[in-house]
Design a protein around this ligand. Sequence first.
Ligand code: GLN
Length: 495
Amino acid sequence: MSDLNKLGLAEARDALRAGDVTSVELTEACLKAIDEADALNAFVHKTPEIAMERAKAADERIKGGDAPSMCGLPIGIKDLFCTKGVPSQAASGILEGFKPEYESTVSQQLADAGAVMLGKLNMDEFAMGSSNETSVYGNAVSPWRCGNDDAQLTPGGSSGGSAAAVAADLCLAATGTDTGGSIRQPAAFVGITGIKPTYGRCSRWGIVAFASSLDQAGPMTKNVRDAAIMLETMCGHDAKDSTSADLAVPNFEAMLTGDIKGKKIGIPKEYRMDGMPAEIEKLWADGAAMLKDAGAEIVDISLPHTKYALPAYYVIAPAEASSNLARYDGVRYGHRAQLAQGDGITEMYEKTRAEGFGHEVQRRVMVGTYVLSAGFYDAYYNRARKVRTLIKKDFEDVFAAGVDAILTPATPSAAFGLGEMTEADPVQMYLNDVFTVTVNLAGLPGISVPAGLDTQGLPLGLQLIGRPWEEGDLLNTAYALENAAGFVAKPGKWW
Ligand code: GLN
């Protein structure tokens, strides 16, 4: 077999079990692809020794007839996950040199299931951003390009390294995290699949916290079947995270029948934004038509509070971030500033945080501190929380009326150019999240499936939003959409 790095999880799993390939061969193919792809800046820390050791162990397990779900499959891990003894910096300068003493629950579950970690993946600093440009390592680059244009594109964010790596076949799949769209938006930008499960499906233990009431981990994969396989491994109750749900995790892969006859799919009118590009409108309409052809019933629905989601998110997420990031003070982790004679503890905090945090993170900490301050708490934070409740209720009403899933575009446009959105206007960047943040505010599962190309030949994704805890059903609807859309485009190799 050649080009082993191009395989998906299910294909590689089946080849491993059939004895057609070994994990060592798969892992070597990925490590070679990673070494050839430095121009993409997707992996910020490579772990070839760990990878080879785990690959050998996986081959032994397979030989012994004990091959758990991810046995021998090489994957990348987003830098937000703490990995024992391996640098885990959340792409921030303030965590410089931080090597955790422990492993995140999710990456441990993947390792226990035999997955082979190839290294750590680039991301926006503390997962704050939509373009990967806030990373201390510099941005990851999309493997896609517009036609003959040499301008580089963003792979999206914050899980931009994961997206670039999977789309460029540097690994078979990767972990991502999603607080306001960070799995689904980058997946859409590079033509791969990404699912954010219901809040509480995956343990957050050992994942560097951004906004704790919104953060969830999830897989970023080459197709829906792979997402089902990897998500099942990542889910489950964890005594170390009291918000993780004590629910049985179904066999998601077994639920992929592709049969969606009689399912009710809602099209929310509020997602039809002013100025929406014609190609996004068309993609959305085509997606609805495909689901209809597959036997679903398409219904118009209303989610009346949608327009307040983005402002509510950009109050709640920074508020929680300002609290979570208070722990980076130069005492316990990572970077500490050089102090001058006579500097006290206040100067130490100030200098350390000014040096260690990038501009976007500083902006979020300031916004968050402001909206939580005594005089403004009710006007901003409390109000945003009330809006969140209304948004959640909008979805509850629609699901109570019998809708099984909701179809929307994943992003308002295809991938944009690196450097195109400037720091001078952060709101322009925030607008990217307009279709994804509602799902986090309501705690629902959402998946992005590649469904078409724009006029420049760049991938576009559709989002499906499901009922809480019904990821299996959501994955099956996504599977039907994937089958109908038949998206097979890949970026040409230029790196
Ligand atoms: N782009 C959003 C933000 O900057 C979402 C990030 C995320 O999901 N981690 O907050």
